[in-house]
Design a protein around this ligand. Structure first.
Ligand code: DGY
Length: 323
């Protein structure tokens, strides 16, 4: 009988998926759930047929230098900017991700942040838990109305569209979209959305701006001081994409000087570290990268990795191959 491919899972996964993984492959699980170092990865590349990394694993070109045994990096997550895909490709290593299955839950978290920051839910909860609430009054913690407001969506892929679905049908929001490529007219029509040519065209017209573009060097600091200045002083910025898309220093300045009204962030440039200037901003809602964190979605992501691995080791092209 042919031996099973040797597979490394780099973090703890939902139990049901780990069990299936162990049944299908000769698998090493990371039961301590401790993030691996670059040196660990260099070594792993010589020992495993497949490595299953995630967003906390940095895989720069240097990791691929040791003549690798690894033939596939089956990423657990949709974003893969933490992997140097060109270097992997150059060495004939396939890379896959897990799209689709997390779109709804990630859009739910973007909507959660949007509602929380607009309605000052974080401030209210802190006040109440700290015993500072003195009771109802007409001028207490006045927020911003969400229903009927204008939402700008930067990046109109699957998650951006799931956000539009919620905002348009749930809250009657007007949708403006900026995307690298033209969005098909039937997709725009579904949400009664308008596509604009540039981020500069989008920002001044929006009450809320939600980021749904990829991370990585190409989009590093896409939202910088100059672009923050284009937003209305009454507008809010939401980021569930990747931390590096926003210049955090510039955002902190905008929040402190009130050049925008507030922000909601689920992702940060140097996770898990968050700058004090952000931690101390009251008009900011912060979540610890929870976009896909539901039992249903985290299991679906794992099973999607299993599907990609099965195809690869059967000699078929995995459906989610990105390099
Ligand atoms: C994703 O799927 O990209 C999530 O952010 C976790 O990696």
């Amino acid at each position: 009988m042919m031996s099973k491919p040797k597979v490394l899972v780099t973090r703890r996964w939902p139990q049901a998926v780990e069990a299936q993984m162990a049944a299908n492959f000769d698998v090493d699980l990371n039961s301590a759930d401790k993030p691996m170092t670059e040196a660990d990865f260099r070594q792993a590349m010589t020992r495993y047929d497949a490595i299953l990394p995630t967003v906390t694993d940095k895989l720069p070109a240097a990791v691929f230098d040791a003549s690798p045994r690894t033939k596939i990096l089956a990423n657990y997550g949709v974003g893969f900017a933490h992997i140097d895909t060109q270097a992997a490709k150059d060495r004939g290593i396939a890379v896959t991700n897990t799209p689709d299955v997390l779109s709804e839950c990630t859009a739910d978290i973007a909507m959660t942040l949007l509602l929380m920051v607009a309605r000052r839910a974080g401030e209210g909860e802190r006040e109440l838990r700290e015993g500072r609430w003195t009771g109802w009054r007409p001028t207490h913690l006045i927020g911003t109305k969400v229903s009927g407001a204008t939402l700008g969506i930067i990046g109109f892929g699957r998650i951006g569209q799931a956000m539009a679905q919620r905002a348009h049908f749930g809250f009657g929001m007007k949708i403006i979209v900026q995307n690298r490529s033209p969005v098909p007219t039937d997709v725009l029509a579904r949400y009664n959305a308008t596509q604009v040519a540039s981020i500069e065209d989008l920002l001044p017209d929006c009450d809320f701006v939600s980021l749904h573009c990829p991370g990585g060097t190409a989009n590093r600091h896409l939202i910088n001081a100059r672009r923050l200045d284009l937003m209305k002083p009454s507008a809010f910025l939401i980021n569930t994409a990747r931390g590096e898309v926003i210049d955090e220093h510039a955002l902190a300045q905008s929040l402190w000087f009130g050049t925008i009204a507030g922000a909601g962030l689920d992702v940060f440039e140097r996770e898990p570290s968050v700058p004090d200037a952000l931690l101390n901003a009251d008009n900011l809602v912060l979540l610890p990268h929870l976009g896909s964190a539901t039992r249903e979605t985290r299991e679906a992501m794992g099973f999607r990795v299993l599907e990609n691995l099965a195809a690869f080791f059967d000699g078929r092209t995995p459906r989610d191959r990105v390099a």
